[in-house]
Design a protein around this ligand. Sequence first.
Ligand code: FAD
Length: 461
Amino acid sequence: MHISQDHIAELRTTLKGRVIRPQDADYHQARAVFYGGIDRRPALIAAVADASDVAQVIRLARANGLELAVRGGGHSVAGHSASDGGIVLDLRAMKALTIEHERRSAWAEAGLTAGEYTAAVGAHGLATGFGDTASVGIGGITLGGGIGYLVRKYGLTIDSLLAAEIVTADGELRRVDPQHEPKLFWAIRGGGGNFGVVTRFHFRLHPVECVVGGMLLLPATPSVIAGLVAQAEAAPEELSMIANVMMPAPPLPFVPVEQQGRPVVLVLMAYAGDSEAGQRAIAPFRALATPIADLLRPLRYSELFPPQEEGYHPLAVGQTLFMDTFDHGQAEAILEHLRTATAKLAVIQVRVLGGAVARVPVEATAFAHRQRRMMVNVAAQYERPDEAAHYAAWTANVAAQLRQGDAAYVNFLGDEGPARVRDAYPGATWERLQAIKRLYDPTNLFRRNHNIPPAPGDARV
Ligand code: FAD
C-alpha cells in the first residue's frame, strides 16, 4: 500500500517531531544507514520526539497496512532499519537520560547510541555494558542481547535491563518489568524489535570508572590465536576479550611497514576491576608473542568507545556462529582461510563468553545461547557492491567449517532467511516467543526485523 498525501499532511500537523519527505533537503542523509550498499527509499521518515509520536506513527502504519521500519542507531546488518516505500520510525531525536544515583540505575531514551550513553554515565564513574562500538544504538543492541567489554563480569546488556517502556502494535504505551507484563519483558530481552517500539530503557548501572584494557596487536600465528582464546577462558571474569584475527593488518600509524599485508590479531580487552589485578590479568596475553603494538593501559571505561568517523559506510557481509571448543587445529584453519581470502579486509572475530552470561538460566530471557563458550563472527569488507554475493559465499563457507551446531547471535545475523532466525531462537525459546508475538502483535506489524511470525509457518500474516 502507498501512503496518501492526506496522511502525510495529518502527520506533519500532529507530530511533535519531524516528518521528512523525499523532497526535503535532508531526506537522503536521514535515510542513510551504517552499512553501505543499503539504498532504500522510504515514503517518509518520522523523526519522533516522544512516546505519543511513536504511538501515532504505529497507528498510522497499522491502519494503512504500511511497512514500518524502526531505526535507532541504524547498524542493522540486515538493513532492517531502512524501508522501500514504507515508513521509517526514526528514534534518533529521543536522547533523554536520567541517572538515578541512589538506585544505581538510568532511564535512557531509545535514540541514544552506546557511546553517548557510556560517556554520560561514565562521567559519574558508572557503566552499563553494550558492545565494542560507540555508534551502535542502545535500542537494537539491547533488544538482541548485547555482548561487549563487560560481558563476563556483568553479563549481556539485557542482564542489566530492569524495565522498559514500549509502544505495542495497538498503540498502547506499556511499562514492562518482572512485575508488569512479565512475558513481554521476557520477550524483549533477546527477541529484537518483534514486539513493539521501546521508547525508554531502565538499566542497572555498575561502578566502572577505570579499566585496564585497550588494544594489543599481535602477529597471527596458530599458537597466538589458540593461546588468546585459552587465556581469555582462564582469565578472571573481570576480563572480557574480543580477538579479531584479520587479514591484512590495519593501516594504522603504529603498524610497522613489514607487518602490512600480513595477518594479525587485533585484541580488544577490558579488565573491569582493580588496576594492579588488571595488570596481572593482562600479562599472559602480552606474553603470547612480541606485540606489534601494545596500547593496553589503565583508562576510563568510556575511552574504549572513541567517536567514529562521520560518513563511514563500509560494504560488508558477515556470518554469526558459536563454538565451545577451540584448539590449535581451529586456529590453523582460521589462518588458512584468511591467508587465501581476497577481501579488502577479512576478519574472524572470537569473543569468549562464560562468567556472568552463563550464570543466568537459559530460559530466563529470550537469548538462548548463554551456555556457549565463544561467539564468533566471520566478516568480509569489500570494495564494489557487485562483489556482495562473492563475499557472502566466502563468509558462509568459512562459517560452515567453523560452526559447532546451528546457532546464531541475532544481532550479527544478516538477511539469511527464516531458518537462520530459528537458529537464534532454538527449541522452547521459539515457541514461547511466537506465543507472545500472537498476544502483542497478531497481525505482524513489526515484521521488518529477524521476524518471529505470530502463527507457525506464517512469514506475513
Ligand atoms: P538499527 O538498525 O537502528 O536497529 C536494528 C533493529 O533493531 C531495527 O530494525 C528494529 O527491528 C530494532 N530496534 C532498534 N531500536 C528499537 C527500539 N527502540 N524498539 C524496537 N525495536 C528496535 N552487537 C553486539 O552485541 N556487540 C557488539 O560489540 C557489536 N558491535 C557492532 C559493531 C558494528 C560496527 C555493527 C554494525 C554492529 C555491531 N553489533 C554489536 C550488532 C548490533 O548490536 C546490531 O546491529 C543492532 O541491531 C544495532 O542496533 P541499532 O539500534 O544501531 O540498529
